[in-house]
Design a protein around this ligand. Structure first.
Ligand code: AMP
Length: 397
């Protein structure tokens, strides 16, 4: 079976054609600069193909057409005809309170995604454009939507409610939703597979350019660090993470900026990029900056690790203990120095990592805790595309 996984952003579209059973990726790539000019980056690892082509992409429709054309291209493609693609799975950012699981895309599902646009104003319209482009170009092909928020819908009210007047929840559904749900779900399932049981207290640290933590009990989300939007929680590449709202008010008043302008700063110009004095949002650059004696880069890393450690402690308290701590995504899977710094100070919880194992774990699944650690600590590479492909298989057939 071959499932096309699509992750449509406002000006970009990522794709992977993959086998949902084995996880084999036949081809993958990225359409960039949609709406501007258009560029296709396409990779077929088995054939050693890596190409970049300038292709006009005024809309997501042309981007999807370009993807299908390259997938059936006799030289650079991996299928003979589009008929070989069994179904399409779409990553959708916000499912609001309507979706606690993935769903087959029909008119009702599309309307529900549309209804969630006020909650995900940047991403949901782009996700819909990707869906509608596929419908037009591949009519009748089964399509499934997989929501970034769905895994978190098991949170209890004490975790998801904001302590603000009731009307904003009742009328506007303003509450904690959380994101990276497909990644957290992948890790939750993988931990279940590794231990052969569900009744474990797990904290997953998804640490990448965007970062979130998730408290998991019995395979279900109990709490997560992102909120109504993906700006809350720990500091990220360019996002501030938790900031007292008074800061927003102060900047608006003193610098005569709108709330939207300040939130743009909080989303795009903050996080470790800001703390490093503008050096980089990339953790590798920060590490080399810190090694070269740049105190701001060192502070950015220290602050990031400190906040992640605080969330781990908070979630251990929320769960009433901790059995397994997992690290995933770009920094979590590769950043051994950051993992060590995060875990330093968590010994009181029973977290003890083995420095050698930690240094070896880079982009591969590995237990990195010491043999006498009370808490098992793992690096588990996430695979959101595989989750999307499997949901698509399960729901479309
Ligand atoms: P993601 O958003 O999951 O793709 O993660 C991207 C982030 O992972 C970037 O900030 C990278 O700097 C970071 N990353 C990748 N490799 C490493 C590494 N070896 N050490 C530290 N951070 C890394």
């Amino acid at each position: 079976m071959k499932i096309l996984v699509i992750n449509a952003g406002s000006s970009s579209l990522k794709y992977q054609l993959m086998d949902p059973e084995s996880g084999e990726v036949f081809a993958k790539g990225l359409c960039e600069r949609i709406g501007l000019d258009g560029r296709l980056n396409h990779k077929v690892e088995s054939k050693g193909i890596k190409l970049v082509r300038d292709i006009p992409m005024p809309t997501h429709g042309e981007a999807i057409s370009a993807v299908l054309e390259i997938l059936v291209d006799p030289e650079n493609g991996v299928v003979k005809t589009v008929d070989e693609i069994d179904a399409v799975g779409h990553r959708v950012l916000h499912g609001g309170m309507k979706f606690s699981a993935s769903c087959v895309i029909d008119e009702a599902c599309k309307q529900a995604i549309r209804d969630c646009i006020p909650l995900g104003p940047l991403h949901n319209p782009a996700n819909l454009m990707g869906i509608e482009a596929c419908e037009k170009i591949m009519p009748g092909k089964p399509q499934v939507a997989v929501f970034d928020t769905a895994f978190h819908m098991t949170m209890p009210p004490k975790a998801y409610r904001y302590a603000i007047p009731d009307e904003y929840y009742d009328n506007d559904q303003l509450r904690r939703y959380g994101f990276h749900g497909t990644s957290h779900r992948y890790i939750a399932l993988r931990v279940q597979e590794l231990y052969g049981r569900k009744d474990l207290k797990v904290v997953n640290a998804h640490l990448g350019n965007g970062s979130s933590l998730c408290a998991i009990w019995n395979g279900e989300c109990q709490d997560t660090s992102m909120g109504l939007g993906p700006l809350a929680g720990v500091p990220m590449g360019t996002r501030a993470g938790d900031v007292d709202m008074t800061v927003v008010q102060y900047i608006c008043n003193k610098y005569n900026k709108s709330v939207d302008e300040v939130l743009n700063i909080m989303n795009k110009k903050s996080g470790v990029l800001a703390l490093s004095g503008g050096v980089s949002s990339d953790f590798r650059d920060l590490e080399s900056g810190a090694k070269d004696g740049n105190a701001k880069c060192a502070l950015a890393l220290e602050k990031f690790c400190y906040e992640v450690r605080k969330y781990i402690g908070a979630y251990a308290a929320a769960l009433g203990g901790l059995d397994v701590l997992t690290f995933t995504a770009g920094v979590g899977e590769n950043g051994s120095t950051n993992r060590a710094a995060i875990c330093q100070g968590l010994e009181f919880l029973g977290v003890k990592i083995d420095p050698e194992k930690n240094a070896q774990a880079r982009g591969k699944e590995m237990k990195i805790s010491a043999d006498d650690s009370k808490v098992d600590v793992w690096v588990i590479p996430t695979n959101e595309e595989l989750m999307i492909a499997r949901d698509t298989r399960d729901l479309a057939f």
